[in-house]
Design a protein. Structure first.
Length: 350
């Protein structure tokens, strides 16, 4: 590691931001020493910010229908090889009840952009969960909606809204999405959520086709500007039966390195260790936590809704459920030295 890179890493830790060219240098010229130097800083910051605790969040994947056609996504509308499902209200409530019984206090209700769920129905689900369990936090991830819908769901009890922007660079966005989708609208949604009062979550993929280091630097600048409370990043994994099925997968080491940079840029953010990392590297989750991540998902979705190309057509994070139960997951984390947090409100983690 040369002195210039060390100085950039130190400056990032102190100021929480760098110029675009400096991010490019940190990414382009990283070596194993710099990776370790930054991950040590990231671990230290996480310990100071959150007493080192790792949030275990209950994931309910309520539907894999989607009206959109993102080129990289196995759930895209045009993928006719996916066995589609959507859960009814009671099934969703049952998933949360199961998670609550097991001690989870933070739930992520996630799905494609499925118009089946109306504003009113989602609001009812939120109200019922909050009425049954006053000590849980709920993150919704149901795609782009109008400001009015976001507001209604916030008032019904949603604490956080996760809307992954995919890429912060318009020219790149256009290469990953059909012409009827707009990065501008996605960014507008994120700013609207902030105004409404949500804890805002967003994210992007590492290693999507046409992505450059220049664009990764733009991502970091955008995230600093948005200042979200949750950032979900993961490696691109080519999904079967999509336009990108023959492309190369993203890099799990680079994903972990970016987690370290993000921990320095957004010290108190929730940074999940993506399930897709485990698909590329059996040690992916451990490495992500060592790089500064502070959350893992436990999938509460019933077994009969199998992973039908949810992420990428390969078996990915969701099949972890087959091999480990929640107790096993928590035990493994504790054995590695992590405290476990069951709930999360951003202000509690500051
Ligand atoms: S990335 Fe999201 S919006 Fe795009 S096709 Fe997949 S589920 Fe739908």
């Amino acid at each position: 590691m040369n002195d210039g890179l060390r100085e950039l890493a130190d400056r990032l830790e102190i100021r929480g931001t760098l110029e675009k060219e400096e991010y490019i240098e940190l990414i382009q010229f990283r070596d194993s020493q710099l990776v370790e130097y930054l991950s040590q800083k990231a671990r230290r910051i996480r310990r100071n910010q959150h007493t080192g605790a790792v949030l275990v969040q209950g994931l309910v994947h309520l539907s894999n229908y989607c009206r959109n056609d993102c080129y990289y996504c196995g759930m895209r509308r045009e993928n006719r090889f996916v066995r589609r499902y959507r859960m009814e209200q009671q099934e969703i409530l049952d998933c949360c009840a199961r998670g609550y019984e097991k001690g989870l206090r933070s739930f992520l209700l996630q799905g494609g952009e499925d118009l089946y769920y109306t504003e009113k129905e989602v609001a009812q689900i939120l109200e019922k969960i909050k009425k049954a369990y006053s000590d849980v936090s709920i993150t919704l991830s149901l795609g782009e909606k109008s400001r009015q819908v976001y507001k209604a769901w916030y008032e019904a009890g949603a604490d956080c809204y996760l809307l992954r922007h995919g890429t912060a660079v318009d020219s790149h966005y256009k290469k990953l999405h059909p012409g009827n989708m707009s990065l501008l609208r996605k960014k507008q949604c994120l700013w609207e959520m902030k105004e409404i009062g949500y804890q805002v979550g967003t994210g992007f993929l590492i290693g999507t086709p046409y992505q450059t280091i220049d664009q990764l630097a733009e991502e970091l600048l955008f995230l600093k500007q948005l200042d979200p409370q949750l950032v979900s990043i993961g490696p691109f994994i080519p999904a079967a039966n999509t336009p990108f099925e023959k492309q190369r997968a993203g890099n799990s080491d680079l994903t972990c390195y970016l987690l370290s940079l993000l921990r320095l840029i957004l010290p108190s953010a929730l940074l999940p260790a993506a399930g897709a990392l485990t698909a590329l590297d059996r040690e992916g989750r451990r490495k992500a936590l060592e790089s500064g991540a502070n959350a893992v998902a436990f999938d509460l979705t019933p077994d009969n809704y199998q992973d039908n190309g949810v992420l990428n057509g390969r078996r990915t994070g969701r099949h972890q459920r087959d091999r480990e139960n929640l107790e096993g997951l928590i035990q493994r984390l504790e054995d590695t030295g992590y405290e476990i947090a069951a709930s999360w409100r951003h202000e509690e983690w500051r």
